[in-house]
Design a protein around this ligand. Sequence first.
Ligand code: UDP
Ligand code: MG
Length: 319
Amino acid sequence: MKKVSIVVPVYNEEDNIEHFAESVRMAMEPLDYAYEILFVDDGSRDGSRGILLKLELEDPHIHGIFLARNSGHQLALTCGLDYADGDAVITMDGDMQHPPELIPLLLEKWEEGNDVVQTIRQTTEGVSIFKRLTSKYYYKVLNTLSDVPIQPGGSDFRLMDRRVVIAFRRYREHARFIRGMVGAMGFRQVQVEFVAPPRFAGVSKFSLRKMARFAMDGILSYSSVPLRWAFYAGLFSGLCSILLLIHVFYATWMGSAVAGWATITVCILFFGGIQMVFLGIIGEYIGRIFEEVKGRPLYLVAKEPENRKGMESRMDSRA
Ligand code: UDP
Ligand code: MG
């Protein structure tokens, strides 16, 4: 019998976990697969940990991996993918926004011979206009900048064949945008659309700051185009200064030159501003290089599942 691993990062989801586990159980029981639900507790501060420990005892399908601190959704997901050993691995959120009823369809597409079944969120019910618009335009910008096409509405609800998961484990960068990485990996990919319902309980764990950081990661780890902007901006301001020079010569020749304090001030501000912006962009990249060069572990596990002891140390021995 084939085994399906369901990987779920959770951060302060005490009111969702049990309902979620029950829904997955209902989706999986009628199917002819062995399965496990691998919860990755991303350093929760509420009762999530206790609930997971209890569920682990009650249901042999459920396992918990407890991270030492909050490492963020993408790294928690990475941890789950490192530990999952199913023939297919499904990653999804634990707040019911990725409907477990869709699991049979994902498995069906997998059995048809696809290696990655990527879900595309058509709309999210009850999400703010702000989040909807920023998401839409973000993907527009991202796609103009990036070499690999990234689907708007792409989510981290997807099925990956074991082969893809093993290949994915070789990508060890810190700043990551998993949906872009998987999209660019190749293999046989297929898409499935879904409508995301509102959260079952609790509030979104993505603060505006976390969203902005995630958005930056998406752009900066996928493209060096922002660095190229410096060249074009330099070209543009160079042209401007030549035009200005022509004007100055002309004014001098006509004898109408005045002490040009305003012009000088504007020029200094203009060029100073452009330089600052690009120093900032370069700084962002250098910061990321610094992070990656340190080669620190992506996440720290405080407690491993009973049946997978010692896995973290094996994973970290980068040959
Ligand atoms: N999550 C996590 N670590 C974090 C933030 C979120 O593991 O630092 C989990 C969260 O518990 C949920 C999933 O990632 O299962 C998606 O988060 P959320 O629903 O808050 O994001 P949204 O759906 O609002 O984009
Ligand atoms: Mg959510």
